[in-house]
Design a protein around this ligand. Sequence first.
Ligand code: SAH
Ligand code: SF4
Ligand code: F3S
Length: 466
Amino acid sequence: MSGPKKLHVKSFGCQMNVYDAQRMADTLAREGFVETETIEDADLVILNTCHIREKAAEKVYSELGRVRRLKDEAAHHGRKVTVAVAGCVAQAEGAEIVRRAPTVDLVVGPQNYHRLPDLIARAAQGERVVDTEFPVEDKFDHLAPASAAATRRRGVSAFLTVQEGCDKFCTFCVVPYTRGAEVSRPAAKIVAEAERLATAGVREITLIGQNVNSYHGEGADGRPLSLAGLVAAVADVPRIARIRYTTSHPRDMDDELIAAHRDLPQLMPQLHLPVQSGSDRILAAMNRRHTCDDYLRLVERLRRARPDMAFTSDFIVGFPGETEADFQATLAVVEDVGYAGAFSFKYSPRPGTPAAERDDQVADTHKAERLARLQALIDAGQDRFNESCVGRTFDVLLEKPGRHAGQLVGRSPYLQPVHVTAEPSRIGDIVAVTVTSMGGNSLFGHIVAPGERPPANIGTSAIAHA
Ligand code: SAH
Ligand code: SF4
Ligand code: F3S
């Protein structure tokens, strides 16, 4: 059987992996690979993995069991399937994966995707390839200009990596080890990529990085540019109507970036700002380098700059040494900030991280019980936030067909999914929507002003500040 070779990339973990999956697909498109949604059809399966918690890392091996059966079945029909493991488990475990899972032909770390064509050729010769060499200086230079067709498939909202790696070394976290030291891309390359995305129909760009607000890439004048400067440069790209950035560290939120939320209408009033814990003792043990009060004052400053700012966060419960009193302080932060939503996790000891070595680990029963209490509080806050949107009118970027015929789903400025009745031709439009009800984590509403509105008129059209 001939025809183009087919590629299926399955991604786990964070937005960086989603973006990297597209990078890998672009690199391999030049080698004649076309993407397939159906894993059963693929000649090359790439599992793009996450190492952040034990559960995430272990998922790879159950997934590999399934892939092995597919591979055996294909071999039965004389078709060879190549299996690759990429992402953060690849970086962390390297050759161990090849030892543990005989079905794997190739292991490649996040720094080395530009070498995929060569690595695949070697695997085709029967070699079991492991490439987790680290660090690689030019890891961003190979970035393939995605074809307009490939980009168009990505829809109206896209991720754009501006920074990779982390120098913070929170004591619970594997990212500084799997993604390496902080590297920022030069602004000119980011703007060029934003222009390509805009040409292909993208209206909203989320600038991503493990520590995105520590961005300090080379600016047009050859000097380091801050994230605020970069956001302003991307805001100048025609047709880019909305900009977000994630994930931010509270320590790196500078005045210029806070002011950008006041001054730049393209910058959405929504921020994922993980606090992890409300206890100063635990924050210090986590090496977060800020107190609870620092964080609350930061939230306040952002709300002064942009009163309708919506915040989300990540929380870890059961960090080593966490007492009930520490946990109560975390619950208090949730009440104080009034989050629009949040992710919360049981602390998971990760190999090679300082916190995993501590002898005051919290029993799983306590972790589970605290997580349930925290999640109940977060869910209630999210419902309150969504309820406060009912009756308001704001701009919605229409992204894709909804579940029911005749329906489209888009995003509010605050990132909530909003369902409206509209023609598919309106995908990519930003329309004013009056929210009429909420259900689950989504809002429902109707379009009040038909017709394309100019990109300058984005943001909040008629928000009645609650
Ligand atoms: N760079 C981002 C997020 C990194 S990972 C930041 O600094 O916030 C995403 C989230 O996973 C973290 O915010 C944290 O809440 C959680 N996480 C990281 N390591 C963890 C671990 N060992 N156990 C449980 N949760 C963890
Ligand atoms: Fe991990 Fe902390 Fe870096 Fe975030 S800031 S990636 S939690 S080490
Ligand atoms: Fe996971 Fe790596 Fe992202 S560990 S969260 S895929 S940076």
